[in-house]
Design a binder for this molecule. Structure first.
Ligand SMILES: [Zn+2]
Length: 494
């Protein structure tokens, strides 16, 4: 196999090799043939659809000494210099890491000199929307009166963040997402030419999961090749890469917009049952929302993103993976129902009954997971086990109270902040979580908070029972002092 990543190795060398974007290529071909290259272009579109590839082709063709029919010959001195990345007349700038005005000033100074060999001084500025305001202003001045030898090719995934004054001085081309078939065919071509032992369905499984991005498709194919040492099947790919078909993402969005919680609940169950990783799916779904948001700043989409971002953070600690996703769905639909009230009362009514049912169901699952009464009853056992690991930890915990579970994680309230902080530290929290797992037989995440009045609460469970009666009533002050010293590394001198 070639010793290069696929998306570099298979970067198109001619416009004719480019997959898709025919509308862009046709116009560029005509301009190149007529010798009417513009001074500034703006390529917009989502990632991995060929913006940079076509920008490089345009840079070569516009400068090539043997250009024919709009195509670069790739063999003249200028083409070779550009292909080998040693041309002094071609500059590629990643605006994401060069946002400042000084970077643009440097370009402008450089631009005032005539090109060394080529016809144009060519600048490809990728992710141009990342430029600072000052940088945009400097760029604008240049675009208003560009020297005859200037060629700017700006590329962005977020055209709405590029100032209108800049856009109006460029020729804009909107790149389209590639179809699954276009990506699938290209992957199949690579599989054949690399002689890879991969099932035919793999190409379509990958292409369906990358939402129109050729680059993502090539990266996944390469990963699949390295991950698997035997013949790779479509199933292997999905398992190895944890990818989920793109249609699931729009399906969930539609269900959320329709507010049908029963169907949403079934949707997550099916996804799980089919062996897809809910974590990966949620990540894909967030990426999908982000792309949609970059096309359309829709308030509902941003609300959904917010809820599912929180769910994604909770997925890892949730003993029931579906739960955070269901909670996110409920919260979104609830907020949507609340927001819709002024517009349409009927829409809300349709949502309410199923919402109620599901909330009850979710609460039931949560309680089934860890009942508070269960916890109170066994709190003494918990303290006893923690004592075996760490004495000072148990002193802090004796003053604390478990106050409830939120999304499967247990909140423990402490009257003193330094206790809450100490138990919250990763090492101590792990001890408590391990003990809880030993006693309750499942993973329970712990979250420690400070609650001043917690000592005044009358605790219903006999949690001191197995702690030899050494509660706060007997020697609470000594315990407190001792635990503070333990945690600070000191000792009590009597
Ligand atoms: Zn050439």
């Amino acid at each position: 196999m070639k010793n290069q990543v696929f998306y570099r190795a298979y970067r198109p060398q001619k416009f004719a090799d480019v997959v898709g974007q025919e509308h862009v290529i046709k116009t560029l071909h005509n301009q190149l043939k007529a010798g009417q290259v513009a001074h500034a272009y703006l390529f917009t579109g989502s990632r991995g659809v060929g913006k940079t590839s076509i920008a490089r082709l345009l840079a070569r063709s516009a400068n090539c000494q043997g250009m024919t029919g709009g195509e670069p010959d790739n063999s003249c001195d200028i083409c070779r210099e550009m292909l080998e990345g040693r041309s002094l007349d071609l500059m590629e700038i990643d605006a994401a890491s060069h946002t400042g005005v000084e970077n643009i000033r440097e370009i402008i100074e450089h631009l005032n000199l005539p090109p060394t060999r080529a016809k144009f001084r060519t600048y490809i500025i990728d992710e141009v929307h990342m430029l600072s305001r000052g940088a945009f202003n400097a760029l604008l001045k240049t675009l208003e009166e560009p020297p005859a030898h200037a060629l700017f090719i700006l590329a962005t995934t977020e055209a709405h963040k590029v100032p209108a004054t800049i856009i109006s001085r460029t020729q804009r081309f909107d790149f389209r997402k590639l179809t699954d078939e276009q990506i699938g065919r290209q992957l199949q071509k690579i599989i054949l030419s690399e002689g890879l032992d991969i099932e035919k369905e793999v190409a379509s499984a990958i292409s369906e999961s990358v939402d129109g991005s050729m680059r993502d498709g090539l990266v996944l194919l390469e990963k699949a090749v390295y991950l698997s040492d035997k013949k790779t099947s479509a199933e292997d790919i999905q398992r190895l890469l944890g990818i989920t078909p793109v249609k699931f993402r729009s399906e969930l969005l539609e269900l959320l917009q329709a507010g049908d919680l029963r169907k949403i609940s079934d949707f997550f169950k099916n996804l799980s049952a089919q062996g897809y990783s809910l974590e990966q799916f949620t990540k894909d779904f967030l990426e999908f929302l982000r792309n949609k948001l970059s096309e359309d700043m829709d308030i509902q989409l941003s609300l959904i993103s917010e809820h599912f971002l929180r769910a994604y953070q909770q997925l890892r600690v949730s003993p029931i993976p579906e739960l955070p996703l269901l909670v996110a769905s409920v919260k979104y639909i609830q907020s949507k129902a609340g927001g819709d009230k002024s517009n349409s009362g009927s829409g809300q009514k349709a949502v309410e009954p199923s919402l109620e049912k599901l909330t009850v169901k979710a609460a039931h699952v949560l309680n089934g997971h860890i009942e508070m009464s269960d916890l109170q009853e066994k709190w003494g056992d918990v303290l006893g086990r923690v004592r075996e690991y760490n004495q000072s930890l148990v002193t802090a915990l004796k003053l604390a109270r478990p106050t409830g579970t939120v999304n499967g994680s247990l909140t423990i309230a402490f009257p003193y902040k330094f206790h809450a902080d100490a138990v919250n530290s990763a090492k101590n929290r792990l001890v408590v979580e391990r003990v809880l797992e030993e006693i309750f037989g499942r993973r329970i995440a712990v979250n420690c908070v400070m609650q001043k009045d917690i000592l005044a609460d009358n605790y219903p469970g006999d949690y001191k029972g197995k702690d030899n009666g050494k509660g706060k009533n007997n020697d609470g002050d000594n315990d407190l002092l001792k635990s503070a010293l333990d945690m600070l590394g000191g000792e009590v001198i009597n």
